[in-house]
Design a protein around this ligand. Sequence first.
Ligand code: PRX
Length: 633
Amino acid sequence: MDYNEFYKQSIDDPETFWGTQAKRIEWRTPHSRVLDYSKPPFSKWFVGGETNLCHNAIDRWVDKQGDQTALIAISTETPDAAPVEKTWSFRELQREVERTAAIMQSLGVGKGDMVLIYMPMIAEATFAMLACARIGAIHSVVFGGFAAHSLATRIDDAKPKLIVSADAGSRVGKVVPYKPLLDEAIRLASHKPAHVLLVDRHLSAMERVAGRDVDYAELRQKFMDAKVPVTWLPSDHISYILYTSGTTGKPKGVQRDVGGYTVALATSMDYIFCGKPGETYFCTSDIGWVVGHSYIVYGPLIAGMATILYEGVPVRPDASIWWQIVEKHKVSRMFSAPTAVRVLKKHPSELMRKHDLSSLKALYLAGEPLDEPTSDWIAGELGVPIIDNYWQTETGWPVLSIAKGVQDKPTRLGSPGVPMPGYKMKLLNESTGELCGDNEKGVLVIEGPLPPGCMQTVYGDDQRFVNTYWSNFSNEQVYSTFDWGIRDNDGYYFILGRTDDVINVAGHRLGTREIEESISSHPNVSEVAVVGVEDKLKGQVAVAFVVPKQAETAADPKARLALEAEVWGLVDKQLGAVARPARVHCVNLLPKTRSGKLLRRLIQAICEGRDPGDTTTIEDPTSLDQIRNALKG
Ligand code: PRX
């Protein structure tokens, strides 16, 4: 089918388009209306319909293909890095999820209750997510790489009744204890969960809090034969929240529904990922990020595919481990991030070539800009299409890509592609709000209603949803992606970076404001600016400029290094090593406007060796020399 025509249908008549897509999934009660957009920008999809995410991911496949593999959990985080794997058929996965659901119910968790999941990449994490979905509890997965302070902020916002966690994770063969961080986070938070359910991997000794902490293995034994029927949920029931960074230091809980999300994932699995029941999907992301939610856990299972959950790094025991997995499990579709490919590119190609990768039909990459050398290299090595796709935590599934399942439209280097069904994209001039022409840079926005699967609101704060995303232009109410973009004459979009203070380190989205707030808590820091600076491997890294309270620190190289080390330690402890700046520079003054607004874009330009452009708004231009000197020093 001609893609343009297909896309146009989704925009001109969304109700017919999505009404048809809704038939891809199973409903307890069919919807009475496809869309309610009576209170823009809030959209309700499949009004009156009742369904369940876990039913569509597992139960519906049990009768059809119960003995086929559903989940393959592989870990190379073993003492000798030898992969250890365990698999579950759809039937076995159903039993396991029912056990976890029964455990949750025994701890008083039911429909609408919040469960925070702070877990390493182990199978129990997916059981917990699916168990929540089964009983209508809302999950909030917090990335295992975040430390106590980040976790505490999320505990206070989500107010979970239950937290599911583990003794430890492991990174490059080194045990990373979770429990002490969790205890510290609960101590810092005002909200206290009634229970903490702990998976003991016997990696690190745990102290347990009597009455609060309960053991997963013990309870599992008790509920071995539990049968927990699916709870049917209204389409707009909250399936989960997932925190993401923005312009302020306070992360936003992106809230998603049940019906719209299930339909959107089923649609994307067919049109974009071309996944077929019985095939195997391998997404290398982490369950703590949106890609893990949509394309490790829910998407592939909804499509009846086996999904691979991988705990480990791409280069241990050596850089062939992913290709070994692809060969062994005959992976047909793989999803990763450009940073991972850049890491692999540094290793000998023979490692890849010694494996039979003939099952692989395409590699999907997302989360950060895909540069041409990386894309060319991996395309040459694999000999399959490399499909860039652009989206956000907020959208839940690709906004721009190439829908090979509709038409084999060519990809274009440097562009994630064209708008996916239901996304009405525009580029607007940042200051006037006027529509940009072809090849003219603007802010990428989406006209409402957002298609199914996208965020419903900011959890607990409708006004913040409207203010943050829908109020950036005075002439019309549109959803801002906060990304710069450009569109060529043929309708392909190119993404040119964020318009706000969000940075992207190795595909991990971080808010510079959060990092600044953490650094500000150091006793010798009076002011700080954190910017994202281009990096060959990670795409971007965070770089901090601090004004020390003790002026002598800036003048003394030893004291500067000591401060840098202390700041690293502080950020590791509060936010986690993912947020640690690559460098911490000392200056006496930061570039600001006369009204005191930090000019991060100017600092970033200098760090990247670019001309900072218009500097007339700056209060004291010598502050820019300070940045330049600090970089030299
Ligand atoms: O700036 C864009 C960048 O990552 C942001 C969203 O990050 P996150 O919420 O973590 O969701 C990732 C889902 C894949 C976007 O605002 N980004 C994402 N994909 C691409 C991208 N930038 C360029 N090209 C992409 N394919």
